[in-house]
Design a protein around this ligand. Structure first.
Ligand SMILES: [Fe+2]
Length: 429
């Protein structure tokens, strides 16, 4: 397989088997998800000792739990006895994990604390070998907790490369520099490969076409046509940031048109809230505050499967070669008025929510892509937009907003990891 894998990604095209072949999918789980830092939680989800959530690293079920030592532990969700998952709730609070099958019980750090009818085990039974197995590495950056199955992985900060400044910007949109992911989450599934959502999350070419209904509705309600996505000559850009991290950055355009302020004016209670804020803070500061709360004006993929968009943390979970689960956590900002955070959540839902204007469009595009990929005579997916105008500075490569520059960069990292080059070697290149 190794020899053929090298040939599946060309400079400007990706072979259809990368989205269709179950063997390649299995290899991705091992070589990509088994060797890179995978996002598992935001620290604000588990503030107290005993708070936990479930997550998945590739195909591995894990529990992320804050121990009595206040540290975040990431352990496999697998009873040391007969492999049963010991934690079923998506998230919650507990003082122990107990397997429902035979009752083996573990403390918050994963240590085995009890097994029923213990006389069947003599002194040769070493309890310390039968805890919930910890994941090899856990590190966090600005509250974002990542774990890695490979003990030899490079440090998280090094792996994040140019993505770190976007995590900073996402977090620093809060006046206190801390964000809160405790407003619930939403999950959806589509019949397509996981990488379709990865590419799509940072695709600056599609909004004007695929999401036209939304922009038309916005124009009708506000009486103003936003041309942000219908022009190429904008200050927005796309960039590959190193190690497969990719961004479409529209911050300058968002600041100019203050998109969120316009959306808020259209929302129930929005005009009244804007008037209140203007009375309290003055017009300029109110405008700045509203712009900051609405969202960050960029979409970033932190390779392989974490995405930050506007006000949300998104995780793309591969289930099968043609089946993907996506989970979204809208994030509120510490230090802003509660009503403004409510508006932030409503604005998020308007486009990304279960009945929103945007996400259903995207899912339909992914379903149709997977269906079209079955047309066997056409072997390659084209990623050639903007090859003629991309600019490279060190490990960063930049293109215009509708270009595929950053998507090509994602596949370069995919190719290197699939060729078996571990990411500690990758980060150093
Ligand atoms: Fe979209």
């Amino acid at each position: 397989m190794d020899r053929s894998l090298e040939h599946l990604v060309r400079e400007t095209a990706v072979h259809r088997s990368v989205y269709l072949d179950p063997d390649i999918f299995a290899c991705e789980l091992e070589r990509i998800f088994g060797s890179t830092w995978i996002y598992v939680a935001h620290e604000s989800e588990i503030p107290e000792a005993g708070d936990f959530k479930r997550a998945t690293i590739g195909a591995n079920p894990v529990i992320v739990v804050r121990g009595v030592d206040r540290e975040v532990h990431v352990v496999f969700n697998r009873c040391a006895h007969r492999a049963v998952t010991v934690c079923q709730a998506q998230a919650g609070h507990t003082s122990f994990f107990r397997c429902a099958y035979h009752g083996w019980t573990y403390d918050l750090s994963g240590k085995l604390t009890g097994a029923p009818f213990p006389k069947a085990y003599d002194d040769s039974f070493d309890r310390t070998l039968f805890g919930l197995r910890p994941v090899a590495r856990v590190e966090s950056y600005r509250g974002f907790v990542f774990a890695c199955l490979d003990a030899n992985v490079c440090g998280l900060r090094e792996w994040l490369a140019g993505a770190a400044e976007y995590i900073d910007a996402f977090t620093d949109s809060s006046p206190s520099g801390s964000i809160v992911a405790r407003s619930g989450s939403q999950r959806y599934w589509y019949k397509g490969n996981w990488k379709l959502q990865v590419e799509g999350s940072v695709d600056g070419y599609h909004p004007y076409v695929l999401h036209k209904t939304f922009f038309d509705m916005q124009t009708r309600r506000s009486g103003q046509r936003s041309d942000m996505y219908s022009r190429e000559d904008t200050a927005s850009f796309v960039a590959g940031l190193g190690n497969g991290h990719a961004v479409v950055d529209s911050r300058p355009e968002f600041a100019k048109s203050n998109v969120f302020l316009e959306r808020m004016r259209m929302s129930p209670g929005g005009p009244e809230l804007i008037a209140d804020l203007e009375r309290q803070y003055g017009a300029d500061q109110a405008r700045e505050l509203v712009g900051r709360v609405g969202g960050n004006g960029f979409n970033i993929v932190i390779f392989p499967n974490l995405v930050l968009i506007q006000a949300q943390i998104r995780v793309i979970q591969p289930i099968a070669v043609d089946r993907t689960e996506v989970q979204i956590w809208p994030v509120t900002l510490d230090g802003v008025p509660a009503r403004l955070n409510q508006m932030r959540l409503r604005a998020h839902e308007l486009f990304f929510g279960p009945a929103g204007f945007g996400s259903p469009d995207d899912l339909e595009a992914f379903n149709r892509t997977q269906a079209g990929l079955a047309a066997s005579p056409v072997e390659w997916m084209d990623f050639s937009r903007g090859t003629n105008r991309e600019r490279r500075e060190g490990e960063r490569v930049t293109g215009e907003v509708t270009d595929e520059t950053h998507q090509r960069d994602i596949y370069r990292t995919w190719q290197r990891l699939m060729a078996g080059i571990p990411n500690h070697a990758l980060a150093a290149t």
